[in-house]
Design a protein around this ligand. Structure first.
Ligand SMILES: Nc1ncnc2c1ncn2[C@@H]1O[C@H](COP(=O)(O)OP(=O)(O)OP(=O)(O)O)[C@@H](O)[C@H]1O
Length: 317
């Protein structure tokens, strides 16, 4: 659905040029829900604006929804929807009118625009708000209307730029359900940008991690987390910590075993598989545990392992 090679965008600035996107390659298959994860200024919006024909690439090639981005931008535009970071809604119109106007803008006749509008208002749970002025909607309701606007012409592919920024946790979770619904019920392909780790983790099938205009990692949230040094196991024993350390060290697939007082720490590739083996081996040696915890790496650990920085700005210790 999307195939991009060597996409680059340079901006001329007062102090020389800024290379916002530096040779991005990416592929998205039909029906995928893909997240573009990166810190502020990483190049997410610039990439999205290029892929949606709003900004001309400095160099590179792309096919988007089966059309060439450079030679057939109109073809691309007809097949995609784009919901920008700050919506483009006019505030003093009623919801229904705003959506119908968007339908007319895309060439639907009046009757078709009206039926499409009713369908979308129901799908995005905005039916009861159809006669309300846009200015009176809550942040979450407005974001749902933004998405309805992006769907009016039944695109195959929807781009969402930071769809839940500024929403409270309940509205964010509700919007995630709607976005999943687009993929599950309509088979749509969704490409969204985010700088929220929890959003990337909970919502996306696959992630492309971008930093300084370059894709630094890609994979499903689980694959990415697994690529980082494995799960951390922390055990507290009643007695015999050094013997417990030796037992842990002798098990296949453990690493970084460290004993500190009553506490034994180690790493394993997969905690769910290693833990039963470890517990049985300790029981065989009559070593009793007071507690055990397994901590899986987070997406921030992934970001730190490839960039040396936390996604939210701190330098990794
Ligand atoms: N029109 C422009 N002129 C000059 N520099 C720009 C322009 N647009 C973006 N940039 C620069 O390009 C880089 C990438 O910006 P971009 O908006 O794509 O990042 P982003 O990942 O979307 O960030 P955010 O999450 O804050 O929206 C930044 O350094 C930004 O300052």
């Amino acid at each position: 659905m999307i195939r991009v090679r060597g996409l680059t965008r340079r901006f001329a600035g007062k102090h020389g040029s800024v290379e916002a996107v530096r040779g991005v390659d990416l592929d998205v298959a039909a029906g995928e829900l893909v997240g573009f994860l990166g810190p502020n200024g990483a190049g997410k919006t610039t990439t999205l604006r290029m892929l949606t024909t709003l900004l001309r690439p400095t160099s590179g090639q792309a096919r988007v929804a089966g059309r060439d981005l450079l030679t057939d931008p109109d073809g691309v535009r007809r097949r995609i929807g784009y919901v920008a970071q700050s919506g483009t809604l006019a505030f003093d119109y009623p919801v229904r009118e705003e959506l119908e106007m968007q339908g007319r803008f895309y060439g639907l006749d009046r009757a078709k625009a009206r039926s499409r509008c009713s369908e979308l208002l129901a799908e995005l749970d905005l039916g009861e708000l159809r006669d309300r002025q846009v200015a009176t909607l809550s942040g979450g309701q407005r974001r749902r209307l933004d998405i309805a606007m992006g769907l009016v012409h039944s695109p195959e592919l929807l781009f969402l730029d930071e769809p839940t920024t500024g929403l409270d946790p309940t509205s964010r979770a509700a919007l995630w359900d709607r976005i999943r619904g687009l993929r599950d019920e309509r088979g749509m392909t969704v490409f969204l940008s985010t700088h929220y780790l929890d959003e990337a983790d909970a919502l996306c099938d696959r992630l492309l991690v971008i930093d300084n205009g370059v894709i630094v990692a890609s994979g499903s949230p689980d694959e990415l987390k697994r690529s980082v040094s494995g799960d951390a196991v922390t055990m507290t024993v009643h007695s015999g910590a050094s013997a417990a350390g030796q037992v842990a060290d002798g098990i296949d697939g453990t690493s970084d075993v460290a004993v500190d007082g009553d506490v034994v720490r180690l790493r394993v590739r997969r905690g769910d598989e290693a833990l039963p083996v470890l517990l049985n081996a300790l029981r065989d040696k009559d070593i009793e545990l007071a507690s055990v915890t397994v901590k899986r790496p987070t997406l921030d650990d992934v970001f730190q392992s490839v960039t040396g920085r936390s996604l939210h700005g701190e330098v990794a210790a």
